[in-house]
Design a protein around this ligand. Structure first.
Ligand code: ADP
Length: 593
């Protein structure tokens, strides 16, 4: 048989185990056993209404009876029909076998025995049942008994005992159903809360509210839900976000009422249940009437209005709706909704921060692009006149009739021009490698040849500075993944600095190795070192240490910024360890090919 719909949450139920909690199930079972033992029947069955049928959830009696009857379902209609033709014994209804309408199939089980003699003998088709009802008189379950030990219909004494057991069974079933409903509510609310919590990481407000709305509607068994966020700062949307995606248009006057109410309720940590036809305590009659008119327009019978916030700040409100006929919210549910108001509040504030950051990053990126373009343009503009200056310098320097004084001036101009040239070249490179439209086109780059070339290129400078450069590279090729020219430039800057900032009669040692999926170049010198404070700024454009020993060397302050930029766009890293007066070690890591 196909599983029936659970009357509580519409989910399929598969058997008695899915009904209520173990304690409730045990209580109901004990009551069934009480009937058999204390009143003298061989079989007692307690069933609960599940959808359109009654399902046996407790069976007392023989193992065989238990096996056959536990979980069996009887259509509600059959019971109604039987009750209609039964003798009324109070709670119990008795249908003698000659009036019984159902066949064995309807009940799942008909005991097989030969009835005794006499008018009050029990017959296999005799039916004795007590419908169990809730306060409103709706049938929620059934106690049915069969096979009196005496073989006779129950006497007055037995019937009065049975009456008591039926009352007990009714209470137990009602309590169990209530507990079941309650735990379901909590389960659903908890699920909704989980969703809100998990959704709160890095979501834009609209996405966040879209995601949570559906969970809230489901979790609170609402007809619909919407969240209003307040325009308390430029970033608040002041908008309504409905779970269904359909736009709810809240009249302006209600937007204001809702906003004020949310602030007041948040301060009190309270929610409000608004039902059609009932004035809302915290509002004026006119406001109540406006809300009711609105509810009628959107076809809603009840609203649960919950403030949303974090700390002392109220940032919005959550509204859950129910249509006519849906059960109203319990206090537990409303409290859970208020709890979710806290989660949502935090999530909304997070999302606002996220939005703000997002926008800021966008602005900064745009600014960065602009800066890059500006640098590139300015550098180009400077380059042309500089080329003219350098060209004319060369012509002048080769003139034979110059005085010594003029020559000295010309060579000073030449040094200045060269320095300018270096700054412009570095700036142009910096803007090129900072241009998002000019990504690295990665290719395998073998590092040994590059390092050997660089050592040869710095040989003259090293000799002049009385610095020995050693190179320690493995036999087998070590290959990085990236742009060869850029990697060459980064390594050249590191080695150039090491020699430039070394003291005479010291060594610069460069080593290369492969480390997992990275290649590592370490450049170590015994030079002037960098103070801890300066180390923080080494990779910033135009930074040059104030240390006179460093200032004695010419430089643009762009070399390490270029290294950092290149390393970054290759997905590598650069680190420095240094001690003033002792030396520095730069460690560069790049992805291996
Ligand atoms: P510069 O053109 O001035 O060398 P860099 O960006 O290459 O510019 O370096 C920035 C500053 O870092 C240098 O001015 C210097 O003070 C310091 N520096 C760089 N490398 C070393 C090193 N190996 N030893 C000591 N100081 C260094």
């Amino acid at each position: 048989m196909a599983p029936e719909a659970d009357p509580i949450d519409g989910r399929p139920s598969t058997g008695p185990e899915s009904w209520s909690d173990p304690l409730s199930r045990e209580t109901v079972q004990l009551i069934a056993e009480g009937v058999t033992e204390m009143v003298g029947f061989q079989v007692a069955i307690i069933s609960v209404v599940r959808g359109e049928a009654l399902r046996a959830v407790a069976v007392a009696g023989s193992d065989e009876a238990r096996k056959q009857l536990m979980g069996s379902a009887t259509p509600m209609q059959v019971i109604h029909d039987e009750v209609a033709r039964a003798d009324d014994w109070g709670r119990f209804k008795f249908v003698p076998h000659d009036r019984a309408g159902g066949s064995g199939d309807d009940y799942g089980w008909v005991p097989d025995f030969v009835p005794e003699e006499g008018p009050d003998a029990w017959h296999p088709l005799d039916l004795l049942i007590a419908p169990l009802e809730d306060d409103a008189g709706a049938v929620v379950g059934l106690l049915s008994i069969d096979l009196p030990v005496s073989g006779r219909r129950p006497d007055v004494g037995q019937r009065s005992m049975l009456e008591k057991y039926a009352a007990q069974a009714e209470r137990a079933v009602l309590v169990a159903l209530e507990r079941h409903a309650l735990s379901e509510q909590i389960r659903l609310a908890t699920t909704a809360r989980e969703i809100v919590r998990n959704a709160s990481v890095q979501l834009r407000i609209d996405d966040l509210l879209m995601q949570c709305g559906a969970a809230l509607t489901q979790g609170f068994r609402a007809g619909g839900s919407w969240i209003q966020t307040f325009d308390d700062d430029v970033l608040g949307t002041g908008a309504l976000h409905s779970a269904q995606g359909a736009d709810i248009v809240l009249p302006d006057v209600l937007i204001k009422v809702a906003e004020n109410a949310a602030h007041d309720l948040w301060a009190l940590q309270q929610w409000v249940l608004i039902e059609l036809g009932r004035p809302v305590e915290v509002l004026t009659l006119e406001q109540s009437a406006q809300i009711h008119a609105f509810m009628e327009r959107i076809g809603t019978a009840a609203l649960l209005f919950v403030p949303v916030g974090a700390g002392s700040t109220c940032v919005g409100n959550l509204v859950l709706t129910r249509v006519e006929g849906q059960p109203t919210w319990s206090t537990t549910e409303a409290a859970a909704a208020l709890d979710i108001g806290h989660d949502l509040g935090r999530a909304i504030l997070n999302a606002r921060t996220f939005d703000r950051e997002h926008r800021l990053v966008k602005e900064l990126t745009a600014l960065d692009v602009y800066k890059g373009q500006l640098i590139a343009t300015v550098s180009h503009e400077l380059k042309n006149p500089l080329t003219a200056i350098v060209g004319h310098l060369e012509i002048l320097e080769s003139a034979p009739e110059l005085s010594d004084r003029t020559r000295r001036s010309l060579s000073a101009i030449d040094r200045g021009a060269q320095r300018l040239q270096r700054v412009i070249d570095d700036l142009l490179l910096l803007s090129k490698i900072g241009d998002p439209d000019n990504p690295v086109i990665p290719a395998p780059v073998e590092l040994q040849p590059i390092l050997e070339d660089l050592r040869d290129l710095t040989a003259v400078a090293a000799q002049r500075a009385k610095v020995t450069v050693t190179l320690d590279v493995p036999e087998e090729p070590v290959t990085a993944q990236g742009d060869g020219e850029e990697i060459d430039r980064a390594l050249s800057n590191l080695l150039g600095n090491a020699v430039k900032y070394s003291r005479p009669d010291t060594t610069v040692s460069v080593s290369l190795e492969r480390d997992g999926d990275e290649v590592v170049v370490v450049c170590r010198d015994q030079g002037i070192g960098v103070s801890e404070e300066d180390q923080q700024h080494l990779f910033t454009e135009f930074f040059r240490s104030a240390d006179p020993a460093a200032r004695a060397q010419s430089g643009t302050g762009l070399g390490l910024a270029i290294v950092a930029r290149i390393v970054e766009r290759h997905g590598g890293s650069i680190a420095v360890e240094s001690e003033l007066g002792v030396g520095s070690t730069f460690t560069l890591r790049l992805p291996a090919a």
